[in-house]
Structures are given as structure tokens and as C-alpha cells.
Ligand binder design. Structure first.
Ligand SMILES: Nc1ncnc2c1ncn2[C@@H]1O[C@H](COP(=O)(O)OP(=O)(O)OP(=O)(O)O)[C@@H](O)[C@H]1O
Ligand SMILES: [Mg+2]
Length: 322
């Protein structure tokens, strides 16, 4: 059989990989094409006006661009994992495709789905479309990303929500950036290797084979200095003394041992928004003897009754010791 060598784009370089041979329906070793970023050298992420990226986060993003491997981002909820993908895509002027994973999501849905029901219905109605199976292939996010004319960014958000087989089922697709569509008998290869972000909240362990294919970064909970910059991005006109009092309360609450759910960046931002909206005075955040007290609108920071009770107990004990 003659193998077709189709030049997908001028930036694609040749490498050894497998091509699908339709007539005997198996994979054979063949020279094929590996898609690369068209302008990887120019693509350097240096943070953005709306997103505060630490030096090590910028290094991680740029390392994943250089290695052409997905960037696996972990971190506490609300530490800017999803937003990172949005911001990098915007900063590098790349369109962003998003795939939000749920417990029921299957890897195949990211590739394509064959809509057999519609085809059956159309055949009963005598619709001409039925003759072409392509009309019933619903492209998933990965297919769309691979088929895109221009380089783009792809976010696979909260991969740990899916079952354990999910990451295993995507190994080849993310590694070689290709997959086979059995219904249409075609192999879909990325024209441009997308910049892939994968986020996880650590609800499940990811398989080693999957980890091997990624560049990993853990977003550490921001230090007060970084947090001040993050707050500054969202509330540029916040009064300094209110900010420092609120930050002290916030880090005190976070430091409370035994909390089930520590408040994170997004909770601090919500809380500050409320403090401003409700015009909470500075004195409500500061106790004269610097003893701990229940902060106003604590529901923005603590999200379950055990944590609120724990906090109230601590305040009670604190007051008794006066
Ligand atoms: N570094 C940052 N710079 C600016 N804003 C930030 C930063 N980190 C977090 N935020 C703010 O926190 C909010 C939550 O961020 P995001 O949704 O990306 O968190 P996440 O880590 O994806 O959370 P989850 O795990 O719950 O999905 C954002 O909308 C943004 O307002
Ligand atoms: Mg998220």
C-alpha cells in the first residue's frame, strides 16, 4: 500500500510514528508528521495585568512550551489554576478551547462521538445525509484542537473528577497528538501541537504513565506579599489599612489548626468585595487587644459548620483567657 505523505503545514516536521492502514485495519510503522508550535521561540509567558504569576509559575509555563508537553497544574481550590490557562492563552494571543471534566466524562467524548441514533432516524426518514457517515460524527474538543488552522491552547480542567481510566485513555492522544476515527477510517493528527493545560485538585492520584508525559507545577498558596499583588489586581483602590487588617484576619483564619476547608484566594477576594460593599469599618476587623474575634461576614471565608464552630470555640476560649 502506498502511504500518502501530506504536508499539513509548513511548520510540521517529520518524525517516526504510526500511520493507519485502512485496508488491513491495523497500525503500521510509517514515517509521519509531528506537529510543533509554529513560533515556540516567541512564546514566552511573562504574567499579565490581570493575573499575578510568580517566577516559578512563569518558568513552569515556559518549560511546558519548550518541552511541548502538557502543563499539569495542581493546587488548592481557588488558587488560579483555571484562570492560568485563560490568562496564558490571552497573553500569547492563542484561542482557548476548554474541556471541563465531570465524573461521567469519558476520554472518547473529547475525541468524537458517533451519533447512531440520528443516523437511524434519518435513514427511516429517507434523508440523503445518511449516506455520509461524516454527518454523524460529533467532534470533541481534542478533534477541534487538532484540526485547528492555527496554534491554540487547550484546557482540560479538573482531570481528577473523571474515573482513573480517563487519563490512561488519553496517553497516546496527548503524547503523539493523534487518534484514529474507526467510523470514518481516518487518523486525525494535530496540525499544530496545542498548548495543553491540565488542572487537578488532587481528588484522585494520576497514573505514572500519564505524569511522565506532563510538566508538573504545584501552585503554592500565595505568600502575603504575592496575595497583596493579587488583591491589587482585583481591587486597585482598596484602602491600605483596610487591606492589611483584612489580610491579617484572613491569614489568622487560614492558620487555624484543624480547619476542614481553609479559605483560599477566591474566598479572600469575595470577602474583600463584601467588606467594601457593606462599608465595614476598619475597627470591625481589629480588636484593640489584638485578640482573635469572629470576623464580619465570616461565611465568605469559612464554608462549613464544623469550621465555624471550631472558630467560635477558639474565640470563646480566647476571650475567657483575658
Ligand atoms: N494569581 C492570581 N491572579 C489574579 N487572580 C487570581 C489569582 N489566583 C486566583 N485568582 C482569583 O481567584 C479566582 C479563582 O481562580 P480559579 O477559578 O482559576 O481557581 P482554581 O484553582 O481553578 O479553583 P478550583 O480548583 O476550585 O477550580 C479567580 O477568578 C481569580 O479572581
Ligand atoms: Mg478551576
Amino acid at each position: 500500500m502506498k502511504r500518502s505523505e501530506v504536508l499539513l503545514s509548513p511548520v510540521i516536521v517529520q518524525t517516526r510514528q504510526y500511520a493507519f492502514c485502512a485496508d488491513n485495519a491495523k497500525f503500521i510503522a510509517a514515517p509521519a508528521w509531528e506537529a510543533r508550535f509554529s513560533s515556540s521561540i516567541d512564546m514566552k509567558f511573562q504574567g499579565s495585568e490581570t493575573y499575578v504569576a510568580t517566577q516559578d509559575l512563569m518558568l513552569a509555563v515556559n518549560a511546558s512550551i519548550t518541552l511541548q508537553r502538557p502543563l499539569l497544574v495542581k493546587g488548592e481550590p481557588g488558587t488560579g489554576k483555571t484562570m492560568l490557562a485563560e490568562e496564558v492563552a490571552q497573553a500569547l494571543s492563542l484561542p482557548l478551547l476548554q474541556w471541563h471534566i465531570k465524573s461521567t466524562t469519558k476520554a472518547q467524548q473529547g475525541l468524537y462521538e458517533y451519533d447512531a441514533v440520528s443516523r437511524l432516524r434519518d435513514s427511516q426518514l429517507g434523508d440523503d445525509r445518511v449516506k455520509d457517515i461524516h454527518n454523524y460524527i460529533v467532534r470533541g474538543v481534542l478533534w477541534q484542537a487538532f484540526a485547528a488552522e492555527q496554534p491554540l491552547a487547550l484546557l482540560i480542567d479538573e482531570i481528577d473528577k473523571a474515573d482513573i481510566e480517563f487519563p490512561n485513555d488519553l496517553l497516546r492522544e496527548l503524547d503523539r497528538m493523534e487518534f484514529h476515527c474507526y467510523e470514518t477510517r481516518e487518523t486525525i493528527r494535530a496540525r499544530h501541537r496545542p498548548l495543553v493545560f491540565i488542572t487537578s485538585n488532587n481528588e484522585k492520584e494520576l497514573p505514572d504513565a500519564f505524569l511522565r508525559r506532563c510538566f508538573f507545577h504545584y501552585i503554592k498558596f500565595p505568600e502575603p506579599e504575592t496575595m497583596q499583588r493579587i488583591v491589587g489586581v482585583h481591587f486597585p483602590h482598596l484602602k491600605r489599612d483596610l487591606l492589611s487588617a483584612a489580610m491579617k484576619v484572613f491569614y489568622d483564619v487560614r492558620g487555624l489548626p484543624g480547619l476542614k476547608k481553609k479559605p483560599s484566594t477566591s474566598e479572600l477576594l469575595d470577602w474583600l468585595k463584601l467588606l467594601v460593599a457593606e462599608d465595614i469599618s476598619l475597627s470591625a476587623l481589629q480588636s484593640a487587644d489584638s485578640k482573635i474575634s469572629v470576623p464580619p461576614l465570616v461565611g465568605a471565608l469559612l464554608k462549613n459548620e464544623q469550621d465555624v464552630t471550631l472558630f467560635e470555640k477558639l474565640v470563646f476560649m480566647n476571650q475567657r483567657n483575658r
